[in-house]
Structures are given as C-alpha cells and as structure tokens.
Write a protein that binds this ligand. Structure first.
Ligand code: FAD
Length: 293
C-alpha cells in the first residue's frame, strides 16, 4: 500500500474542500483572504463558510461566500442551520444564497445558543432537524447539498442505529454527500463507513480533517463536539505548549499520517477544517500530490 502512494499517476485525482469561518474583525478578515489566496491555486472543489451559532453570522456568511466566488473564482458553499428561525426565515436565507449565485449548501441542524450539550429545541415554526432542512432546500431549487456525519456517533444519538438512520434520512431527503465531524482515529471513520454501507448508504462520506494548529484549542473543540482525543495523540503534544516549532512539526506529521493512511484505504475526497489558516493544509495537499495550479 505504501508503494502505491508513490505511484501518483495510478491514483484517481483527489477532490479537496476547505472550510473557513466568517471573520469577525478586520485583522481576521485579512488572514481569511491571505489564506484563501494561498489555498485557491489548489483548485478545491469548493470552499465552505460556516454559519455562526444561532444564525449570528447570517449576513457575514453570505457576504464571504459571495466574495469568494467573485474574487477568487473558487466555488463556494454556504453553511446553514435551523437554529432560532422559522422555516420562512430559513427559506429566505436559501433564496438569498440562490440570488447571490451560491448553489452549494452545507445543511445542518445546529446547536442551541446555550451550548452544544443542551437539548435542541426547534423554533415553533422551524425545521426540526437537518433532514427536514435538506427537504426544504430541495423544494426551493437545484442545490448541491452536504450534510454532517459523525464517525464517533452524534452525542445526542441514543445508539448507532439511530445515528445511521438519521444520516440516511438526510441523504434520502436529497443531500449529495456527507462530511464528517473531525476524528483522530481512522478506525472510527472506517468502521463508520462500514456501518453506513451496510445500511445501504451509497453517497460519499468525506472525512473532515482537522489539522492541529494548537492542541489545546483543538482538544477544547473536540470535547465540545463529542470527538475523542486518543491518549497517544495527547501524549504526542504533551509539554509542547511553549515550543511552537516542535508543536508545528508534530502537527504536520500527525495530520500527514492520518491522510496518507486514509488514501491507502481508498479515500479520494477530503474536507479540511482550516480555521482560516493555510500552512498545514498546504503541506498536506502537497503530500497528497495536489499541487497549486
Ligand atoms: P441532525 O442530523 O438533525 O441530527 C442531530 C441529532 O438529532 C442526531 O443525534 C440525530 O440522531 C437526532 N435526530 C435527528 N432527527 C431526529 C428525529 N426525527 N428523531 C429523533 N432524533 C433525531 N454548526 C453550526 O452551528 N454552524 C455550522 O456552520 C456548522 N457546520 C458543520 C459542518 C460539519 C461538516 C459538521 C460535521 C458539523 C457542523 N456544525 C455546524 C455542527 C452541527 O450543527 C452540530 O453537530 C449539531 O449538533 C447537529 O447538526 P446535524 O446537522 O448533524 O443534525
């Protein structure tokens, strides 16, 4: 398998997508555009922009996605959640995306503003979950729709059956692919694929890769979204808080190991959580044989 990695021509071309978040300040916006400028030449299938908790970034998400399309020429996807909004309001956002020429949507339920761990209470006139949102978007036009999948099970799914059934509902409602939550043990992803395929799911389930720019920050994110940090991973970063150079080298090695192993397993599509940074993703793309145009 390792040798096959070296025979680049024998592999199908990889499709990459990059996730960004809408910047809050001028300085953050500058970093957003700098990163995008460095990643755009990799010709990603699309770049996606998240939708802040409770729809707080509604305008910024739309503005960034529209600007990506017009200024970088890269295709862009807008995330959308059902939190705190009626169906009519959410449909209005979808129509706004369409009017701006944005025809890719990452459709999510979202989490309550009080926090990820709290039960989700739908708006009385709102979409109750992501599957309903997908059906709603499909009814409004011809969109490319991605949904979320959870290699370690969504924290609110009572069991695997419920989790996979829910993913199937989203895809049956018209989603084109699933993108996974971050995970660090490839075994979790590969077992999840097996469960999904056994349930008759045929759509692509694209691994969401989170490069570890800061172990402390990513461990915090992971805890909040129910992704596990394996002991071996924590050990690799242990004591590196004050040693950014070694931290960066370890982060690159860890992410490289993860994606190359997935390529060996036959994965041909990757979604990278960039956190609006480009360095690690650029290096990973290079290792995957994806070069700037
Ligand atoms: P759903 O698929 O609706 O599922 C949520 C839970 O409810 C599951 O446990 C499911 O089993 C259960 N469920 C669903 N329907 C039913 C039913 N009918 N009966 C019983 N149980 C049911 N959050 C943001 O706020 N903004 C973003 O931009 C954003 N982007 C994301 C991108 C990706 C790739 C991923 C993986 C997550 C993203 N999230 C985002 C986080 C996401 O909003 C949360 O993980 C949220 O808790 C679940 O959203 P979902 O779309 O998976 O929900």
């Amino acid at each position: 398998a390792r040798a096959s990695r070296l025979v680049a021509a024998a592999r199908p071309p990889l499709a990459l997508s990059f996730e960004f978040f809408p910047p809050k300040t001028d300085a953050m916006e500058q970093r957003f555009w700098e990163s995008l400028a460095r990643l755009a030449p990799l010709q990603p299938r699309f770049v996606s922009v998240t939708y802040g908790a409770g729809g707080t970034t509604r305008e910024r998400t739309l503005r960034m996605v529209s600007a990506i399309k017009s200024e970088s020429g890269v295709d862009a996807a807008a995330h959308l959640t059902c939190v705190g909004a009626s169906r009519e309001e959410v449909d209005g956002v979808v129509r706004g995306y369409a009017a701006a020429g944005v025809n890719r949507i990452v459709a999510l339920r979202g989490d309550p503003p009080e926090g990820v761990g709290q039960p989700f209470v739908p708006h009385p006139e709102g979409y109750r979950n992501a599957a309903e949102l997908v059906a709603g978007i499909r009814a409004l036009g011809d969109f490319d729709i991605s949904v979320a999948a959870y290699p370690e099970k969504h924290p609110q799914s009572p069991n695997w059956q419920a989790d996979i059934d829910n993913l199937k509902r989203k895809l049956d409602a018209g989603a084109d692919r699933a993108i996974t939550q971050m995970f660090f043990d490839n075994g979790d992803y590969l077992r999840f694929l097996e469960r999904a395929r056994a349930a008759g799911i045929t759509a692509p389930i694209v691994p969401g890769i989170q490069p570890i720019h800061s172990f402390k920050q990513i461990a915090g994110f992971a805890a909040r979204c129910g992704a596990g940090i394996p002991d071996w991973l924590a050990e690799r970063f242990e004591g590196l808080e004050e040693d950014p150079e070694t931290h960066a080298l370890v982060a690159a090695a860890v992410a490289a190991e993860q994606v190359l192993e997935l390529v060996d397993e036959g994965v041909t599509e990757f979604h990278f959580y960039t956190l609006n940074r480009s360095n690690l993703v650029l290096a990973l793309a290079r290792l995957l044989g994806v070069r700037p145009d």
